[in-house]
Design a protein around this ligand. Sequence first.
Ligand code: NAD
Length: 260
Amino acid sequence: MLKGKTALVTGSTSGIGKAIATRLAKEGCNIVLNGFGDPGEVDALKRSLASEHGVMVGFSSADLTRIPAIENMMTYVGEEFGGADIVVNNAGMQFVSPLEDFPVDKWNLIIALNLSAAFHTTRLAIPGMKQKGWGRIINIGSAHSKVASPFKAAYVAAKHGITGLTKVTALEGATHGIRCNAICPGYVFTPLVENQVADTARARGMTEEEVKRDVLLAAQPTKEFVTVEQIAAFAAFLCSPDADQINGADLSIDGGWTSQ
Ligand code: NAD
């Protein structure tokens, strides 16, 4: 379906981003991976995607909290792949603290990674997309793009911000064949959440099973985690012609969490 296109998926060495990169490779896309991780594991992922799906696979280790690193990554994608036709802004991190104690450096880091990095990849990808008359930008938001939870000031602010950026990008790209949407997942059991489970269990004196059931899934009416494969399938759909008229939307995949 997407043969010949190139997708840059940020934060794709783990979790949701890895699943999206894998699914887009299956659809025939060349892939540029990004993120942190063990070099051997990244290399193995690159090789398995390339050999299983017959696509080109690149990698940038850019730290997306640093603007020059993002610029270098986008130059690499331009030079080696002829630019990104699809950009999935997925890299993200979490930090939990009451507002009055929220470390300022954590605030700055989360805003830089979860919000500003998407602005930078978008501004740098758009000229090439306009030239080709086609582009798809998918921002990974969250249920926290729509509702808040206590102690997650930076994350909730960044995730609300990303839906605003999504809407502006959608409007500016609309007559250039560019579509931009946000996927807003509820809880997905990835390393990001796994760490929260362990921390919360310690902090509240609960077992990890109790934290999953009584803390995390308390908000998710289906009482089930969203899977990374479900999000990846959603992302692939948004890149398909059937989704051509979906633009500027913040699309929930949260088991009903934000319907409450
Ligand atoms: P994860 O921790 O499994 O993966 C995060 C990825 O981002 C990794 O590849 C990591 O190397 C990369 N990364 C971290 N800091 C980076 C930096 N400075 N520069 C470049 N890459 C960096 O997390 P995940 O759960 O797969 O989350 C992916 C996205 O989905 C995030 O934006 C997150 O907010 C969002 N999300 C997750 C959930 C969930 O329940 N897991 C729910 C809603 C939204």
